[in-house]
Design a protein around this ligand. Structure first.
Ligand code: CDP
Length: 134
């Protein structure tokens, strides 16, 4: 099945920084940084899928907040959205990613300029920078 939605989390810490996760695969994306997330499964809401994915990938419990406005067409029938979230329990840990990093606006902007952000996720950079500069 190719249709559906991918949901990614814009996770903010209490100090305002944003969590980025470094992809391990596929080879063309390995080493680049993304908002962690995954596919919404049949019968799940967006929020439920994000909570499940972030528990599986990072070992944290999150409280889901407001969606980012930009959405990304990954391919026909598969769109990706991002939702703001906060960690309510656990410390993020890598299970599927190479590394994790908390960034502020200047760090995110510099990583974007260096081409270190997963191309699909660049659609969210303006909104993420606005959040980080609040
Ligand atoms: O693990 P699962 O199959 O649920 O999800 P995934 O493989 O992590 O992501 C599904 C698709 O969304 C892949 O094509 C990823 O490259 C893409 N994706 C993305 O472009 N940016 C993200 N922040 C998360 C996923």
């Amino acid at each position: 099945m190719s249709g559906g939605t991918v949901v990614a989390g814009a996770i903010y810490a209490d100090d305002g920084r944003l969590l980025l996760a470094q992809r391990a695969y596929p080879p063309e994306l390995a080493g680049l940084w993304e908002l962690p997330g995954g596919k919404v499964e049949p019968g799940e809401t967006l929020d439920q899928a994000l909570v499940r994915e972030l528990c599986e990938e990072l070992n944290v419990d999150v409280r889901v907040g407001v969606r980012l406005e930009a959405s990304v067409r990954l391919k026909p029938g598969l769109d990706m959205v991002a939702v703001r979230a906060r960690i309510v329990a656990g410390i993020p840990d890598t299970t599927e990613h190479l590394d994790l990093r908390w960034v502020d606006a200047d760090m995110l902007n510099a990583m974007d300029l260096r081409g270190e952000i997963v191309p699909n996720d660049r659609a969210w950079i303006p909104e993420l920078l606005a959040d980080l500069r609040e």
